[in-house]
Design a protein around this ligand. Sequence first.
Ligand code: 5GP
Ligand code: MN
Length: 345
Amino acid sequence: MLSKVILQANIDKVETYFERAGKLVIVTHVSPDGDALGSSLGLYHFLSSQGKTVNVIVPNAFPDFLRWMPGAKDIIRYDKYAEFADKLIGEADVICCLDFNALSRIDKMSKVVGEAPGRKVMVDHHLDPEPFCNVTISHPEISSTSELVFRLICRMGCFDDISFEGAECIYTGMMTDTGGFTYNSNSREIYFIISELLSKGIDKDEIYRRVFNTYSEGRLRLMGYVLYEKMQVFAQFRSALIWLTKAEQGQFQYMKGDTEGFVNMPLQIKGICFSVFLREDTEKNMIKVSLRSVGKFPCNKVAAEFFNGGGHLNASGGEFYGTMDEAIELFKRALVKYENLLLQN
Ligand code: 5GP
Ligand code: MN
């Protein structure tokens, strides 16, 4: 038996919204990751099974290694089909906001979603949710939004309506947001849920392979290049930095998702507890910042204070508008400012 994480009042409200709704839209954050897509598609398969008209809309492209996910082909990209998406969002009875806590995280979709007349339901696990939804199901203690979607469906009494496809999506999100169950994954109930998903016939080993072992040759060579040439270790601060320019990404035929996980690599070095990855974005004129930490060091604080971002204690992100040299300088200033916390960790 699972413990009751989501408040009963929230379950009741969502159930009523879903029952009354004919058209629903599911939206998730910019540059969707495994959990963003896993939770969105998991809910999409469930709602479709209830006879609803459902559309998943994402702000922009997602990585190649998630393209196999059941339902991924029907996802509408806002950067390509804004007009069509605006119509769907405007006409939706319910808008489900999955895996993000603030309208700014859906980029160009913020305005239309913010102003849409439909009821909004947030299901998310990031800290400090902004109050833009009628129902806010926000649980930072839960390691993935996909797990919350599983819990929501079960609490509505609909476990039997989770299909094989839905189970594959939910599992993918749970797996990716915990690095293949290597962090934030000590809750026993995660394994109970996995057991339930296995009962739907999913092949978890195959899902791992599809997500983590189907990269391009370019990605592997880029990884080698980064580790050899572009990783700077600041041992006295127990920290490391990696950075990549657009030109370097071009040299290795960069495709979206190719640098996924790079920021975690320096944390494999003994004693390193804070890692930052600066990457010139290939879509927007900015430097995308990814931050990771181990232990109690709050990388989300550094993200918020220095890089216009936020996120979780151990995994956060942000954006920097300026040159790479300036971003590196800012990182070094952050190290000095946070020296005590880094050394205490
Ligand atoms: P990643 O480094 O994988 O892009 O992001 C890791 C986590 O950081 C995400 O799950 C999200 O919580 C957070 N994050 C990433 N980018 C941003 C951003 O630009 N702003 C905020 N507030 N959070 C971000
Ligand atoms: Mn997530």
